[in-house]
Write a protein that binds this ligand. Structure first.
Ligand SMILES: *Cc1c(COP(=O)(O)O)cnc(C)c1O
Length: 478
């Protein structure tokens, strides 16, 4: 068997040469998008067109190296006119930690398969616990996304709060969790995976302000009990994905404590507010939660995908996936903390701690404060700008960097307005000058922006609003 391909593929000098070229290309790209020399945030094509393009490319119908092609065929998060989904433009340094992590490929399941990064993970999650205000016996780990973190937290909750050990003995009494109807769909999905079914997901209505209606908690809880359900957990949103509105975590925490429920905070988007001197009060009550999830790839400037899941009591972080014995009988909560796969869903995972650790080491916590505070401030600014425009209407006064609004222009027919705003969003996507997304709240179609780029200015926001108004008046023929 010839090994010429293998020798070529693993050649260190090829790596060095191609690596330098790639870094130069990406450096130029960053400069261009920051300085807005590239007009489009996204060069939209249909999936069928895209499929044809890459099929051609694979079969060598199109000339050129893959890095240039990739830049042309992907969305550019570092462009200040990117204001769509909640993924952050990563700090360029984390592009380099990502490279190092991918190349070294330490598997992280057991200590020996990533000694340094395992300890980094411990130090980083300890820092997060302390910043949040958790007590000394708290601990956490990193995992692959907010969705998986939610499932893990609810499994821990079930193990701790339900007398019947489902993990050991299979399904037992009918179980339920309580959560706002505005929560991210991953809570619903986790509950279904756990076998709770539709009736085990108690959706508490939200008010006009899109916050969970805490005055209904007792009623929902009582009804569930009367229906023979055992409620074991309550989930709060910090904030909810669609609107960026934080639930009143303090009231939720009180209710959970009173009923002996596990209180989980879904801080996938806004848990990072713990670093903001100005906005950390939004998390009041989270310091008394049982667990909280925080996405590194959202408000912490890291590449996808990396999520911290923190537990108020480290025993819970160790016992979620324990196969045998009630954790209460286990005397040492510190056992094997350095073998991460015992505590996480994943067996192998990438060296995600490197991003967190190197950012902390290089810039300190102040970087996260600057990022969150700048963007939440910008969210408020956009809220005020929209409120001042008679042609536009806010869904709700923003509490974070997520802002939903629509073009109304005096029109009142609901179906007309939904169609109009949907058309505006479609045109925005096709032109690619600004990237905003959409959401439907209570049957009403809204344009949805998440301000993720700290270099987006008031002028960019005004430009986007002008574009929306221009498109809207064009469609209305006014
Ligand atoms: C994004 C988000 C999630 C899901 O997190 P992933 O990292 O995308 O899996 C869960 N909850 C909230 C509130 C979110 O914003």
């Amino acid at each position: 068997m010839s090994t010429s391909l293998l020798k070529k593929a693993y050649d260190p000098e090829n790596f060095r040469r191609e690596g330098h070229q790639l870094i130069d290309l990406l450096g130029d790209h960053l400069k261009e998008v920051f300085q807005e020399e590239k007009e489009k945030v996204i060069d939209h094509a249909t999936p069928t067109e895209e499929l044809q393009y890459w099929k051609n490319y694979l079969e060598e119908g199109v000339a050129g190296a893959w890095p240039e092609k990739l830049l042309e065929h992907s969305i550019h998060l570092h462009n200040p006119r990117y204001m769509g989904h909640q993924i952050s433009p990563p700090v360029p340094l984390t592009g380099l930690t990502g490279l190092a992590s991918a190349l070294l490929n330490n598997g992280m399941g057991v200590y020996e398969m990533g000694a340094g990064p395992t300890i980094m993970e411990r130090l980083v999650t300890d820092t997060l616990c302390e910043t949040l205000g958790y007590p000394g016996e708290a601990a956490g780990f990193l995992t692959s996304g907010g969705t998986l973190a939610t499932l893990t937290a609810l499994l821990s909750a079930r193990k701790r709060k339900v007398g019947h050990n489902v993990w050991e003995n299979g399904s037992g009494p009918a179980l339920a969790i309580m959560v706002s109807e505005e929560a991210h769909y991953c809570v619903d999905r986790a509950a279904r995976i756990m076998g709770l079914g539709t009736r085990g997901i108690l959706k508490v209505p939200a008010g006009k302000d899109f916050r969970i209606r805490t005055n209904l908690l007792q009623e929902v809880y009582d009804k569930a009990k009367a229906d023979g359900l055992q409620v074991f957990a309550l989930v709060g949103s910090a904030p909810s994905t669609a609107t960026g509105i934080y639930d009143d975590l303090e009231i939720l925490q009180n209710f959970a404590a009173d009923k002996n429920l596990w209180f989980h905070v879904d801080g996938a988007h806004g848990g990072a507010a713990m670093f903001s001197g100005k906005y950390r009060q939004l998390l009041k009550g989270a310091d008394l939660s049982d667990s909280i999830a925080i996405d590194g790839h959202k408000m912490m400037m890291m590449p996808a995908i990396t999520t911290a899941l923190l537990f108020r009591d480290k025993r819970d972080s160790h016992n979620t996936f324990v196969q045998k014995a009630d954790y209460l009988l286990q005397d040492s909560s510190d056992e094997d903390w350095y073998n991460l796969a015992k505590r996480t869903f994943e067996c192998t995972k990438y060296m995600m701690s490197l991003h967190w650790f190197v950012l902390l080491k290089t810039y300190g916590k102040g970087l996260f404060d600057e990022f969150v505070t700048t963007l939440y401030d910008l969210g408020h600014t956009l809220g005020e700008m929209v409120a001042a425009e008679p042609m536009l209407e806010l869904a709700v006064k923003p509490m974070s960097n997520i802002v939903c609004f629509r073009y109304v222009a005096g029109e009142s027919d609901a179906a007309t307005l939904n169609k109009l705003n949907s058309d505006i969003r479609k045109k925005l996507l096709e032109s690619g000058e600004y990237y905003v997304v959409q959401t439907t709240l209570g049957g009403t179609f809204y344009l949805r922006t998440t301000l993720m780029n700290p270099f987006t200015t008031k002028e960019h926001l005004q430009g986007m609003l002008n574009r929306v108004k221009h498109l809207g008046s064009g469609f209305l023929g006014k």
